[in-house]
Design a protein around this ligand. Structure first.
Ligand SMILES: C[S@@+](CC[C@H](N)C(=O)[O-])C[C@H]1O[C@@H](n2cnc3c(N)ncnc32)[C@H](O)[C@@H]1O
Length: 321
């Protein structure tokens, strides 16, 4: 299914050498090429599904920061990717009608296909969060997941979000890395990668070694992973940005400390070994353990540790009436 708007550009999953070269100094072009390349395999890579597990996760994140769970009449997602956040929120009853948007035409195409397969009332457009192609006062809710840290001018994006929201409308962004959280997650990831790829060189563990894909013609854009992440956030500074853009009732919360210390090595390990070695039991073990540690974070550690220490920051606010 093509992106709905006639003027939307077509996906470009096979970037040329010249395009990739130019993208090293142009973070928006890097995001388009990288995510167009990734769109077709994104759900599988990140274990994204449209069932109870991901519905609970999406609605849980929404409630954790917004307090309520709607229902909102018309919601729009920025940087929707394949639709993970908005489509699961819609399935959980948070919004009735949805508009998916992303800078990557490939992602919009997949999100629209996922929405149609789920029988949801969804349309979509290619959109840069800094210049949202919708009229003022259009939406009751704007959401995003793991998108703010890719946007060069986050304050401009907040101003655009407030422009397209109806007065009294709400925004919710989740899944953004904190400054401190990103530092320990990266270190843990690097250590796990080094350990796994070296231990699997032992003759008895060769079967656990994942063949490292060469960057050929079709996956040239993969190298741009190094330039698509632009920011990490201090929760108070993020709140300041939303307020300066004109938002009211702004509130940031953070989540995942013990869960992140467990989750990052697990995710890196999963990426370093052949997929078929792990399977359903492992996935359930990883998910249930992450859930238990998240409960420890929420019920215990959040009461005694500073919020900037947690890995994820979520933010909400409203457009003044
Ligand atoms: C890490 S992915 C997250 C996708 C999805 N929200 C999820 O959680 O699975 C970030 C997405 O933001 C999009 N993106 C990056 N820069 C953007 C921008 N300036 N405006 C809109 N979307 C952008 C990317 O194309 C990509 O699909």
């Amino acid at each position: 299914m093509a992106a709905e708007h006639d003027l939307d550009p077509a996906p470009n999953p096979h970037a040329t050498e010249e395009q990739v070269e130019a993208a090293w100094t142009d973070p928006k072009l890097a995001n388009v090429l990288y995510h167009d390349w990734e769109a077709g395999t994104y759900d599988e890579k990140w274990s994204i599904s449209y069932d109870e597990r991901c519905i609970d996760y999406a609605v849980g994140r929404f409630k954790a920061v917004a307090g309520d769970a709607g229902p909102y009449e018309h919601a729009m997602e920025l940087g929707s990717g394949t639709g993970f956040f908005l489509l699961n929120l819609m399935q959980g009853g948070v919004a009735k009608k949805g508009s998916v948007t992303d800078l990557s035409p490939g992602m919009v195409e997949v999100a629209l296909r996922n929405g149609a397969n789920l029988g949801l009332d969804v349309d979509g457009r290619v959109a840069d969060a800094e210049r949202i192609p919708y009229d003022d006062n259009t939406f009751d809710l704007v959401v995003g997941h793991a998108v703010l840290h890719h946007i060069p001018d986050v304050q401009a994006a907040f101003a655009e979000v407030l422009r397209v929201l109806k007065p009294g409308g709400r925004f919710v962004f989740a899944g953004e890395p904190t400054k401190i959280g990103d530092r320990y997650a990266r270190k843990l990831g690097q250590l796990t990668w080094w350990l796994t790829t070296n231990v699997t060189k032992l003759p008895r563990l060769r079967g656990w070694r994942r063949p490292q894909e060469e960057l050929d013609e079709s996956s040239r854009a993969a190298a741009l992973e190094a330039v698509v992440d632009i920011h990490t956030f201090d929760p108070a500074a993020l709140e300041g940005m939303a307020r300066s853009a004109g938002a009211a009732r702004v509130r940031a919360v953070t989540e995942e400390f013990a869960a992140a210390l467990f989750g990052w090595p697990v995710r890196t390990f999963e990426a370093a070994v052949p997929r078929e070695k792990l399977g359903f039991k492992w996935a359930m073990f990883a998910y249930r353990t992450w859930q238990r540690l998240s409960a420890v974070d929420e019920k215990l550690l959040a009461k005694v540790l500073p919020r900037s220490l947690f890995y994820n920051v979520l933010i909400t606010g409203t457009k003044p009436e």
